[in-house]
Design a protein around this ligand. Structure first.
Ligand code: NAG
Ligand code: NAG
Ligand code: NAG
Ligand code: NAG
Ligand code: NAG
Ligand code: NAG
Length: 937
């Protein structure tokens, strides 16, 4: 992209001014034609993607956007070409381009003419290059705004020091990293009131001893945010020189600003707005903050502050906004609110979330101006006082993730007609009002502005009342998951205007899936009792759909054919339903799809070859269907990102083609319980992901957005059932560590390729129930991470390799029903396995088998040591044993080992992980994104 250099823009500007000066003899007020022509030529040289200069075509150029003329002379005295971002725009709308070179020539002779210019605003204009020293000649300049031209840089700011009238200087995001003497240059500006030097690596003041600061500037507004530098050692002395004049000070997001907050802040008695958020500040909030009696807004969020909030804050009687979220502050909440009592009439915004505050939520009735109350993620207990229902101005209420109890009734929301953000999640609140009483959603009836509704895990057990759907039109985030909500869904197409996120998963909703909104980013209806066909799903007609989860319902029929309309779909989960028919060919148009779960349905036929176009696929689970045909070679050749391929329990036949070996990222390969024949390809040593440690989870990150520009960042952590020891276990938070090959229950022949022992991180290897011959590779002991080895029910011969005993982690071994012979390697944990691990090998001998080997001395019958018994007897020891033995992998098998004990523990544990962690992943990212946006605005 061609950026205009700043010089050339300024040059053209000079030309304009010069033109004005030459033509400016007339006394008529209005546009001077020669200036108009010059502006038109200037416009011609620019790329105006967003029509910013679209008004530049009428006769009177003084009426054009960004142009202001003098009342007396008609000359242009102000040019304002900034294009600041609007609320919903992700990309700044701005001009760019090159100035026509012919305009460049006559700059120097006319420099003097520039002294008339008072206001120059070229912010957000996408200009690049070095800040020109001619700027120093614009000596009448009152305001200069060059902010958000990311391509601009400056050497020295010395040229600015001639601008003695300058009151307002904004260089935010101009690269000032070379301007090492910036403070001296600024000190020479005697009129400066408003200074912004944020967002771009301002260098630290390395020579504080150089000239003492004797600026007489009445600096009132100072923004040094986002500079990454260590202010502690350098900028504080300079800063504190303006102690008595500063009204607004922004030092936020300087990640290296650490240490404790200096007491000197307490002398800033004029300060109305102080922002030191997003730094690394430690220690407690200084007592002396109580001196800043003019403070209206105080933001200390996102630091490492601890201790209790100082009593002196009770002097801050003008506070309108207090933001202390994301610190380590402690103490009782009622005490904090007592301190703020003197600001009871003014306080509008109070953020205290993500701290360690305890106690209960006191009566807030005095804080009648509160618009935002954020108390989430603390340690609050007790109940929510009904007096909260009298805070008539409340728009935003977050009390999620505390230990609050008790009933939530309509009284809590009695007068909250302005509420649009509500988070009550993850407490022990109950909404169970009896049926003849007002339904739990009653209070919502009066809510007219609701945009965000998050009521997951809230113990709601009721039918959704019909009127409820009349409130949803403005909602873009809708989460009522994990309750006990019953009933059916109405036609949703007209209920939401621009929904982004609809999660009604884990309830008892039933009936068929109704017509859906035509625009949608995420739809999760999993874990309900929906039935019938999903043909109406096709009413989602937008390309924004990223996430679709209908798993664990009783949906049936063939899949519809509307997949081509969802080009952004990343997560598709239809597992555990009764869908039938073929997998549609049109799945091939899901060009973004990364994870495809169709497990446990009644799909038939072959895999459509169009799937090879889905090159981003990392995860395919088609287990437990009736799919047939060969395993297509293109899976290996065309899906290079595949990490999980599960085709278990289908009717695939033919041999395992060597093309599959190209799956370098594969971690779980399960082709068991099919009709596969032929030999196991030797090239499986090419599965390089099975030779290395990987990450803990398999996670996909994505952003949801709709046409209104609402957006949420999300991540989805994939999960998979892994069959192990005859049972299926679900893995999610450690799924990335599971490296497993399962080819069991097929008709495979030939020998076990010794190459399989190169897959050093394998955790589970199952070749059982085939017709394999030959011996167990002697290098099997290399698989030091192996926990499960099942080679049973084949025709293997020879001795058990001694190296097998070197695998300390092995907890499940099955070599039964083969033709193995000789002595089980002695004196190792191989003796600790149950005899059933070795049975059915007629000539195998030695402990734990009772059969003695030829030549062994007779001795007392060794008691077969049972690992199982140990597990059953002492869970804690077992866990300990497993943790020690398994080193880093403890999170995985440690949990699993424990969970072996008892099905209900396992169930509870995974419930916990799945529900709570999901919620955490999703909610924290959402809340952060949202709050961040609020702070920005
Ligand atoms: C020019 O005219 C505008 C609007 O009529 C007025 O607000 C402004 O004060 C005038 N400026 C001068 C310098 O007369
Ligand atoms: C800055 O500090 C110096 C030395 O302490 C002092 O003489 C000067 O008056 C201060 N300037 C301002 C604007 O406070
Ligand atoms: C605010 O607090 C003052 C005393 O601190 C009290 O007199 C006043 O009534 C309170 N305002 C409200 C609305 O409660
Ligand atoms: C809140 O927790 C504290 C400390 O655990 C306890 O002393 C207090 O009784 C609890 N209050 C309520 C209302 O449960
Ligand atoms: C919901 O809105 C529709 C259409 O605006 C209206 O006819 C209906 O009466 C409303 N229902 C309730 C319960 O408010
Ligand atoms: C296995 O990897 C090697 C080296 O990368 C490569 O030359 C070979 O073709 C691969 N084999 C198969 C069957 O993909």
């Amino acid at each position: 992209m061609a950026l205009c250099s700043f010089e050339c823009l300024l040059a053209s500007f000079l030309v304009l001014v010069v033109v004005c000066a030459k033509a400016g003899l007339g006394t008529t007020v209005g546009c001077i034609e020669r200036e108009r022509q010059a502006l038109l030529r200037f416009k011609h040289g620019l790329v105006d993607d967003y029509g910013i200069l679209s008004s530049w075509d009428t006769r009177d150029c003084c009426q054009w956007r960004g142009v202001r003329c003098s009342n007396q002379s008609g000359h242009i005295i102000m040019l304002h070409l900034s294009a600041p971002p609007t609320e919903y725009v992700f990309e700044y709308k701005s001009l760019r381009g090159e100035i026509s070179p012919s305009l460049l020539d006559p700059i120097p002779p006319f420099l003097a003419s520039l002294t008339k210019i008072q206001h120059l605003n070229l912010s957000y204009a996408n200009f690049a290059g070095r800040l020109p020293s001619q700027l120093g000649n614009l000596s009448n300049l009152l305001s200069l705004d060059l902010s958000y031209n990311y391509g601009l840089h400056s050497g020295n700011l010395e040229c600015l020091s001639h601008l003695t009238s300058l009151r307002h200087l904004d260089l935010n995001s101009v690269d000032l990293s070379k301007a090492i003497h910036w403070s001296q240059a600024i000190n020479k500006l005697p009129s400066l009131i408003h200074l912004k030097l944020g967002s771009r690596g301002l260098p630290p003041l390395t020579t504080p001893s150089l000239s003492p600061v004797n600026s007489s500037a009445p600096l009132a507004f100072l923004d040094l945010s986002y500079n990454d530098f260590d202010l502690t050692s350098s900028v504080y002395p300079w800063l504190f020189n303006f102690t008595t004049t500063l009204v607004h000070l922004d030092l936020s997001s300087n990640v290296d600003l650490n240490g404790s907050i200096p007491d000197a802040f307490g002398n800033m008695i004029s300060l109305a707005d102080l922002d030191i958020s997003g730094n690394q500040l430690q220690g407690s909030i200084p007592d002396i903050f109580g001196n800043m009696a003019s403070l209206e807004r105080l933001d200390l969020s996102k630091n490492k502050l601890e201790g209790e909030i100082p009593k002196s804050l009770s002097n801050l009687c003008r506070l309108q906004e207090l933001n202390l979220r994301i610190n380590n502050l402690s103490g009782p909440l009622p005490q904090v609110l007592d301190l703020l009592a003197c600001a009871n009439d003014t306080l509008e915004i109070l953020y205290l979330s993500y701290n360690q505050l305890r106690g209960s939520i006191p009566d807030l009735i005095g804080f009648s101006s509160l618009r935002l109350l954020d108390l989430g993620d603390n340690r609050l207990n007790g109940t929510l006082p009904t007096s909260i229902g009298h805070l008539t101005k409340l728009q935003w209420l977050v009390i999620g993730s505390n230990s609050l109890q008790g009933n939530i009734s309509e009284a809590h929301f009695l007068h909250l007609s302005q509420l649009y953000y509500l988070d009550l999640s993850s407490n022990s609140l109950t909404f169970n009002m009896s049926c003849e009483w007002v339904p739990p959603f009653y209070w919502l009836r009066t809510q007219k502005k609701l945009r965000y509704l998050h009521m997951s895990t809230s113990n709601i057990s009721d039918v959704i009342p019909h009127w409820f759907w009349n409130l949803t039109s403005l909602i873009y985030f809708f989460n009522i998951s994990n309750n006990q909500i019953t009933g059916t869904l109405p036609n949703l197409s007209s209920k939401f205007d621009q929904p982004l996120y609809i999660d009604m998963s884990s309830n008892y909703l039933e009936g068929s899936i109704s017509e859906l909104p035509s625009v949608l980013g995420l739809l999760d209806l999993s874990n309900n009792k929906f039935s019938g066909s999903i043909a109406l799903l096709c009413t989602i007609a937008n390309t924004y759909l990223v996430y679709l989860d209908l798993s664990n319902n009783s949906l049936s029929g063939e899949l519809p054919n509307c997949w081509p309309q969802w080009k952004s779909l990343i997560v598709l989960n239809l597992e555990n339903n009764q869908f039938s028919g073929n997998i549609p060919k049109s799945f091939g148009s899901l060009q973004s799809i990364q994870t495809l779960h169709l497990r446990n349905n009644n799909f038939i036929g072959e895999l459509p070859s169009s799937l090879k176009k889905c090159k981003s696929l990392s995860f395919i689970d088609l287990a437990k269907n009736r799919l047939s045909g060969k395993i297509p070679p293109w899976i290996g050749g065309n899906l290079p990102n595949l990490m999980v391929l599960n085709l278990r329990s289908n009717k695939f036949s033919g041999s395992i083609c060597s093309e599959l070996c190209q799956l370098k990222k594969i971690q779980i390969l399960d082709l068991s319980s099919n009709n596969l024949s032929g030999t196991i390809p030797r090239c499986l040593s090419n599965f390089t992901a099975m030779t290395k440690k990987g990450s803990l989870t398999i996670t996909y990150n994505f952003s949801l957005h709709n046409q209104l520009g609402d957006f949420e960042d999300q991540s989805y952590v994939d999960r998979e059932l892994v069959k192990w020891k005859g049972r299926e276990f679900e893995y999610k938070n450690t799924l990335g560590l599971v490296k497993s090959i399962d080819l069991s229950s097929n008709k495979l022949t030939g020998e076990i390729p010794k190459e399989v022992t190169d897959l050093l991180e394998l955790v589970s290897l199952n070749f059982s129930r085939n017709s394999l011959i030959g011996s167990i590779p002697t290098t099997i002991g290399q698989l030091k991470s192996l926990d499960v080895l099942d080679l049973s029910q084949n025709q293997l011969i020879g001795e058990i390799p001694a190296s097998l005993s070197e695998i300390d982690r092995l907890s499940t071994l099955d070599l039964s029903n083969n033709n193995l012979s000789g002595k089980i390697p002695q004196g190792t944990q191989l003796q600790s396995f149950n005899t059933s691990s070795y049975e059915g090998n007629p000539t195998l001998c030695g402990p734990p088998l009772l059969k003695k080997c030829p030549g062994d001395k007779a001795e007392g019958t060794p008691k077969a040591y049972s690992y199982e018994d140990d597990i059953q007897q002492n869970g804690n020891d077992m866990w300990f044993y497993v943790s020690i033995a398994l080193g880093f992998i403890v999170g995985f098998w440690g949990v699993c080992g424990t969970l072996l004990l008892n099905n209900s523990w396992r169930y509870a544990y995974f419930q916990f992980l799945n529900k709570i962690k999901d919620w955490l992943y999703v909610t924290t990212t959402i809340n952060m994104a949202r709050l961040w946006r609020t702070l920005q605005s």
